[in-house]
Design a protein around this ligand. Structure first.
Ligand code: ADP
Length: 153
């Protein structure tokens, strides 16, 4: 018997989906941007996570909605505080690459309890990572909806 069950075919299909075919445009800011402007950027760009870069595009950190809410609860001047103070920093950033499967990226989102992963590749000078995209829980939801619509088998 060499046939595959419908379930095996479905699992194979799911695990063929690639990050590069689903990634969205990353919203990137620099380390010096103020917390105030970061909040404005989140509203204007309609995203929940900003990727922070330094010296011409090297990934330095990630800022989430709650990182910004937390600092906004205090009495500090949000225009005077740079996002670098509140971001989660490299090397503690969970990333994925274009060639990864969407399934691997989704597993990382779940395992690390984060909403978004930067899609990265090595910088041309070999030092650090360049941000080339974004995978979020919305990306995974969109793929899930597509899987429900199409007939795979
Ligand atoms: P929120 O804080 O708005 O619920 P997340 O659950 O994504 O959003 O973020 C939780 C914490 O994890 C935040 O402090 C954030 O800076 C950090 N974080 C978000 N994404 C990543 C990531 N890809 N790698 C490492 N840390 C992250």
């Amino acid at each position: 018997y060499v046939g595959k069950t419908a379930n095996q075919l479905f699992v194979e299909h799911v695990r063929k989906l690639k990050v590069k075919d689903y990634k969205s445009r990353p919203v990137v800011v620099t380390e010096e941007l103020s917390v105030y402007d970061a909040i404005c950027t989140m509203f204007l760009e309609d995203v929940g996570t900003l990727f922070v870069v330094k010296d011409g595009g090297r990934l330095a950190g990630v800022v989430s909605r709650k990182d910004l809410l937390k600092i906004a609860l205090g009495k500090q001047d949000l225009q005077a505080i740079p996002v670098s103070v509140v971001m989660t920093r490299m090397p503690n950033i969970i990333t994925c690459s274009q060639e990864d499967t969407l399934y691997e990226a989704a597993s990382k989102l779940m395992r690390n309890q984060v909403d978004a992963l930067p899609v990265v590749r090595p910088m041309e000078d070999g030092e650090g990572l360049e941000v080339v995209g974004r995978i979020t829980k919305t990306t995974i939801t969109k793929a899930f909806v597509e899987l429900g619509q199409e007939s795979v088998l």
